[in-house]
Design a protein around this ligand. Structure first.
Ligand code: AQP
Length: 353
């Protein structure tokens, strides 16, 4: 068995003894415009996993400031993401919901990882290249070091699994590389687990409603590119009606759909929201006009997202409750992370005189 596999197995054993599959860490940035992609790619899976894993769900505000955030908006958006977790069905008393900056171990471990990760590894990160674009000289150094902080988020809890959308796969691989290098460099082969990504569902990469080749994203300048979780029924209907399609009728086969990015995206969204396979949805609508499909998709999206959006609004109107959940979560997260950080510091050789 490889060292990496052995390290992971050693970390899984205590959870398996409790009838669980492992410990999960995942997070969403409080950067506004929480959208259907964040829901289908991540938050919905957070809910599905909470019966079989011990879960830590974080609002990653340290990540958010890698690009400029208005301070008052950041605080409001942080509460909004926590409210979305709860509204989607995360149990904040059984599991941990908190914001990243409340637990110092994230930033402290990230510094150690800045010194473990290699420049060449970060240079390969496609998300940095996409986000920095042509203005590389002017982006924050935090944006560049972002994947090291993400590794710290996960490994501060020795999390064994991370549910994410497709776009985060490369960052997860970097987390694994950092864990392996730390374990090897310091001669502690089982110290960090080699974390597994959990990427599942029919919509692991939801695309923009305006361009089927671009990921649905919070920062897209067009509001019509995304369905936001707090959109009301009218807004959802309008966005789906205006969603870009091609002039042909609905595809007959999955292979045909896959050659038509906009159709494929809408079919994937329908399949995910209805808990069906894309094959089933393609056969149900094969050869029909897009207008009929869009109208069915609108009904489905309103039925599935409406109650969650309403619950988010209700929770946002009661910030005391959301803040109490996050405060309690932060205390429990800190209690888990601090002994791990202490052990990292001892391992690295930091003196505690
Ligand atoms: N389009 C998507 N489809 C499926 N999953 C997605 N995720 C994001 N977009 C999609 C997943 O949502 C989780 C939280 O993402 P994040 O907020 O931490 O960061 P992000 O990937 O940078 O999100 P955005 O919305 O695309 O923001 P901007 O516009 O700021 O870049 C992650 O698990 C992610 O995979």
């Amino acid at each position: 068995m490889s060292d990496a596999k052995a390290a992971t197995n050693a970390h899984l054993a205590p959870y398996q003894a409790r009838g669980l599959k492992g410990r999960i860490f995942s997070g969403v940035q409080p950067t506004g415009n929480l959208h259907l992609g964040n829901y289908l790619g991540a938050i919905r899976n957070f809910v599905a996993l909470q019966d079989s894993y011990e879960c830590i769900y974080c609002v990653v505000d340290l990540h958010a400031i890698t690009v400029w955030q208005d301070p008052a908006e950041l605080a409001k958006q942080t509460r909004e993401i926590a409210a979305a977790y709860l509204a989607a069905g995360v149990d904040g008393s059984k599991h941990i919901v908190f914001n990243q900056s409340s637990v110092p171990a994230h930033a402290q471990l990230a510094w150690v990882f800045n010194c473990v990760a290699r420049l060449g590894w970060l240079n390969r990160m496609t998300q940095f290249k996409e986000k920095a674009g042509k203005d590389r000289e002017n982006v924050s150094t935090g944006l560049y070091a972002y994947p090291n902080l993400m590794a710290a988020d996960i490994l501060a809890y020795k999390a064994t699994h991370v549910p994410v959308g497709e776009d985060q796969k490369q960052h997860l691989e970097l987390t694994r590389d950092i864990a392996i290098k730390f374990n090897n460099d310091f001669g502690v082969p089982d110290f960090f687990p080699i974390t597994e990504p959990l990427i599942f569902g029919e919509a692991t990469r939801v695309m923009s409603l305006r361009d089927g080749t671009k990921k649905m994203s919070k920062s897209d300048p067009s509001d019509y590119s995304r369905i936001v979780l707090t959109d009301d029924a009218d807004a959802i209907a309008q966005k789906i009606r205006k969603a870009k399609t091609d002039p042909l009728p609905m595809p007959d086969t999955v292979a045909d759909a896959e050659k038509r990015p906009e159709a494929d995206n809408l079919l994937g969204i329908y399949a995910a929201l209805s808990d069906s396979s894309k094959e089933d949805i393609v056969s149900a609508f094969a050869g029909q006009q897009f207008s009929a499909f869009k109208s069915a998709l609108t009904d489905l999206a309103v039925a599935k997202l409406g109650p969650m959006g309403a619950e988010m609004q209700r929770l946002m109107a009661d910030p005391g409750h959301v803040d109490a959940v996050m405060r309690d979560g932060a205390a429990r997260a800190h209690a888990l992370a601090q002994p791990i950080l202490d052990e990292v510091y001892r391992t690295v050789g930091f003196l505690r005189p």
